[in-house]
Ligand binder design. Structure first.
Ligand code: SF4
Length: 492
């Protein structure tokens, strides 16, 4: 279906002075002789899928001759890729769009667009909420964003004072949209990359908006994904993270099992065989996707990093049922034990929601106790917040948990998981680990940072020019809570 193109009465003052270059049509043609091509600024909220989608959009703009900028104040096109997982993320994106709207004073033809999950779920209502908004592009329309921006820029350049406001809303379903996230905008010496292998989710957990913003599950063919990974390896990428909303259930509706192996395990085997790739990770998986074949894959695929993410969400069977999570706490615990038995030393991280509607003290105590027993290597704890249009948001007000109680449980559980993580990190002191150097540390540019195969961050000294992108052996000398420090092992 075609995008919805709307006309609104413009605020007249917004169109009364075109900046240099914005009146002549050729500005938007892709001639190498152009003096100045439009600059694009993209702000991304949310998960790695969103980061990957923004990277694809950036790539498409670069291919058309646009330039990317990290400075919003000089941009001709300001796009915000949105997240709807929590209300706070939507409010941040709306606040940011309001804030950047002031650049119209200097350049009335700036194009403003919302992309992604909030764009998908709210659609045209965003135009009414944000008067300067020009574009709303949903989660299956990332590949159309550059086309739409071209159109809007042209309209802005050509219109006169009495023309109506022009805007585009494009949130329809698009068959095969999962195959459009495949190009990369790699930085110099970039050694890690995300690879989107599927879109959507059919699970319908009652707290989650993703099935409504990202649509049903659609996987890309294995051959296409492997070709993308080969290309990344040829550009020096050493670590790939396979992305999907329920990544380990990849292809279950489209591709057959072969020799008892799921499509996801077949894909892992194919990616493991790509020369130049040293590490494979994947996120975000679902516990029910860890079948025997996937657990076994950790024992024979050398590049599969020793880290699994297992979103537990709750340790109470009653709450898991209300969340529409199709497993019991005891199955979850057994699964963790099976994974650790198959691959000793593997790290397990998790997501937990506290304060889900109806969560009693006993339910919370079950979650806390399960955390104590499983001993996660990392845990992300969230206070439940209502997402509109989800089943949990419709649950009876009488069973909603007061914010004060949510916060108490949040702090208590953070205390539990932090103690466990600190003890585990302390036990790493004195060990030698393999680290992929990512370059200068974000918190101290004088030092270098990298990750172990178990996804722990390690800080160490060395030359970024020489060591960025290298796999190094590091002796861990110190731990401060969540961060490890070490020294590079000098060969010989
Ligand atoms: S499996 Fe994950 S993405 Fe899918 S509905 Fe549940 S929480 Fe959302």
């Amino acid at each position: 279906m075609a995008a919805q193109i709307s006309a609104f009465a413009p605020p007249k003052a917004a169109y009364n002075c075109a900046p240099p270059g914005f009146g002549d049509r050729p500005l938007f043609q892709h001639s190498p002789t152009r003096i100045r091509m439009p600059k694009v600024f993209i702000k991304t909220y949310g998960c790695q899928m969103n980061e990957r989608d923004s990277e694809q959009v950036s790539r498409m703009f670069v291919e058309r001759g646009y330039t990317l900028t990290a400075q919003e104040e000089v941009a001709d096109v300001i796009l915000i890729n949105t997240c709807s997982v929590r209300d706070q993320a939507e409010q941040k994106a709306l606040g940011k769009m309001g804030h950047v709207g002031r650049y119209r004073r200097e350049n009335p033809n700036v194009v403003y667009g919302f992309l992604g999950c909030m764009a998908q779920s709210r659609g045209a209502e965003l135009l009414a909420q944000v008067p300067h908004l020009d574009l709303v592009a949903g989660t299956q329309k990332y590949h159309m964003v550059a086309d739409h921006v071209d159109t809007i820029l042209r309209e802005k350049a050509e219109r006169r004072m009495d023309d109506p406001r022009f805007s585009i809303v494009d949130t329809d379903e698009e068959p095969e949209s999962q195959n459009t996230i495949r190009d990369h905008q790699l930085g110099e010496a970039q050694t890690k990359a995300f690879v989107s292998i599927m879109q959507g989710c059919n699970m319908k957990c009652t707290f989650c908006i993703v099935p409504y913003t990202r649509g049903g599950e659609r996987g890309r063919p294995i051959a296409e994904i492997v070709a993308e990974v080969r290309h990344l390896a040829s550009r020096g990428v050493k670590e790939v993270t396979l992305l999907g909303q329920i990544v380990n259930l990849y292809g279950r509706h489209e591709f057959p099992a072969v020799d008892g192996k799921s499509p996801f395990v077949q894909l892992l085997e194919a990616v493991d065989a790509v020369d130049g790739i040293e590490r494979i990770r994947f996120t975000s998986p679902h516990p029910i996707g860890y079948k025997k074949d996937l657990i076994e894959a950790f024992t024979y695929l050398p590049k599969l990093a020793e880290h699994v993410h297992l979103p537990m969400q709750s340790g109470s069977n009653r709450i898991l049922k209300a969340m529409h999570r199709p497993y019991k706490a005891e199955n979850f615990e057994e699964l963790c034990a099976s994974i650790r038995a198959a691959k000793p030393g593997i790290a397990i991280s998790t997501d937990i929601i506290v304060g889900f509607p109806g969560e009693s003290d006993e339910d919370y105590a079950a979650t806390r106790a399960l955390c104590e027993r499983v001993q996660f290597d990392q845990a992300f704890v969230f206070r439940y917040s209502k997402r509109r249009d989800t089943p949990a948001a419709e649950m009876d007000e009488a069973i909603q948990i007061p914010e004060r109680v949510k916060e108490e449980r949040n702090q208590d559980l953070l205390g539990v998981v932090d103690r466990i993580i600190e003890a585990k990190n302390e036990a790493m002191v004195g060990r030698r680990v393999e680290v992929l150097c990512e370059g200068p540390s974000r918190h101290n540019a004088e030092r270098l940072s990298g990750r172990t195969r178990t996804n722990r961050i390690v800080i160490f000294d060395g030359s970024p020019d020489r060591l960025a992108g290298q796999l190094l052996d590091i002796d861990i000398t110190r731990s401060t809570g969540h961060t490890l420090y070490g020294d590079i092992v000098i060969a010989g």
